[in-house]
Ligand binder design. Structure first.
Ligand code: SAH
Ligand code: SF4
Length: 393
């Protein structure tokens, strides 16, 4: 479903970048920066806080895409806002629907880069898996995204924009509290390492959590990191959401192979940062993600070492059957092996759900993101409009 950012006719000849410079995007601006921008545009200081609240509610509660819709603002003021600012989302290139209901969006952002966002409906929640970078600088050996070099960090606008695009597509505006919404939870588990882009992720998540922003509670947001140890404390202090750790191995020798950042911050250092993470409790456990790789990290001895290592940390272990991608050097563990591993972890008192792969038929499962981007590139000559993806709906 190709869609485009609305561009008014008189500006259409300006290159996109010049356009953006001419009229800053209000999406993703921290509250204080929005207030300052409104004052600079001529809003009386005494009104600026109130206008900020109103504009936020239009953008994040109601999904307004242009200023004309903001009917509780004076008409002249709406015209002024439209002259000075935009409300811009990433552009939807394709939207694919899996047979299990998972949706994957291929989005185009400034500079022509592409990112992927995945929506996963479940009975009790709807989780949006969002990206924090184009590609990733890290090179975890089992991860498809890791084979794509980093192109750039996403801006707060592009991170929040992924939520807006999904809510547009799902018809998720104006439903009230998170229990009634289709996007009820957010996981930072898409492309990229969020803690190599901590400032932008923080600014975006503060908007996601703000009552006048997207208004999701901090406990509905989970940030997953491969283990950028010095940044973990900042997540606790500055974002204050739930934490997931891509753990994946129980010895430094194996983790060095799977998650090479382990050579910089090893298992002991990582677990120390987890132990120091604020507010961890039984109701706010740390999730340890553990990809099940046949014959590599899936033995009974691994399971026993794992529970010993994390002893004392309120935790849940999320076992992820390896999701293959073309050329991947690993295989998925057998279901019986995964069960035996889960049973040992479970007997030690940890919940150990096995993550059911979602959206496999559209390569939307964990660690598979990137491929659709490349497929889309192959289908589409650079200078022509997007080719219809046969799987797109
Ligand atoms: N960069 C962050 C977040 C994105 S990855 C991180 O690494 O935590 C989201 C999760 O999917 C991580 O736990 C990652 O290790 C896992 N993953 C990556 N590739 C995978 C694959 N091929 N199969 C299963 N899980 C994978
Ligand atoms: Fe990057 Fe996470 Fe993939 Fe590692 S698992 S390469 S950190 S996206």
């Amino acid at each position: 479903m190709p869609a485009s950012v609305p561009i008014t006719q008189d500006l259409v000849t300006l290159p996109r970048q010049q356009l953006a410079a001419a009229r800053p995007n209000l999406v993703g601006l921290p509250r204080a920066e929005l207030t300052a921008a409104l004052i600079a545009a001529g809003t009386p200081e005494a009104q600026a806080a109130m206008r900020t609240r109103q504009i936020w509610q239009w953008i994040y509660h109601k999904g307004a895409r242009d200023f004309a819709a903001m009917t509780n603002l004076a008409r002249d003021y709406r015209v002024l806002l439209a002259e000075r600012f935009t409300i811009t989302r990433p552009e939807v290139v394709t939207r694919q629907l899996s047979s299990d209901g998972t949706r994957k969006y291929l989005l185009r952002i400034e500079g022509g880069h592409e990112i992927e966002t995945v929506y996963i409906p479940e009975t009790d929640r709807g989780t949006l898996c969002i990206s924090s970078q184009v590609g990733c600088t890290l090179t975890c050996s089992f991860c498809h995204t890791g084979t794509q070099r980093l192109v750039r960090n996403l801006t707060p606008a592009e991170i929040v924009g992924q939520i807006l695009v999904a809510r547009d597509d799902l018809g998720d505006w104006g439903r009230g509290g998170p229990d009634r919404r289709l996007v009820s939870n957010i996981v930072l588990m898409g492309m990229g390492e969020p803690l190599y882009n901590t400032d932008a992720v923080r600014d975006a998540m503060l908007i996601a959590m703000d009552g006048e922003g997207i208004a999701l509670s901090r406990r509905r947001i989970t940030l997953s990191t491969s283990g950028i140890v010095p940044e973990i404390a900042r997540v606790g202090e500055e974002i204050n959401c739930l934490l997931a750790i891509s753990f994946h191995a129980t010895t430094d020798a194996i983790r060095d192979q799977l998650v090479p950042i382990n050579r910089r911050w090893n298992i002991a250092a990582l677990l120390e940062a987890c132990r120091a993470y604020p507010r961890v409790s039984n109701s706010e456990r740390i999730t340890f993600e553990y990809v099940m790789l046949k014959g590599v990290n899936d033995s009974d001895a691994d399971a026993r070492r794992l529970v010993k290592l994390i002893a004392g940390i309120p935790a849940k272990i999320n076992l992820i059957p390896f999701n293959p991608w073309p050329g991947a050097p690993y295989e998925r563990s057998e279901p019986e092996r995964i069960e035996a591993f889960a049973a040992i972890v479970n007997r030690a008192g940890y919940s150990s759900p096995v993550r059911r792969p979602r959206g496999e038929d559209i390569m939307a499962a964990c660690g598979q993101l990137k491929s659709a981007t490349e497929r889309a590139r192959r289908l589409r000559p650079a200078a022509s409009p997007p080719a219809a993806d046969p799987a797109a709906v």
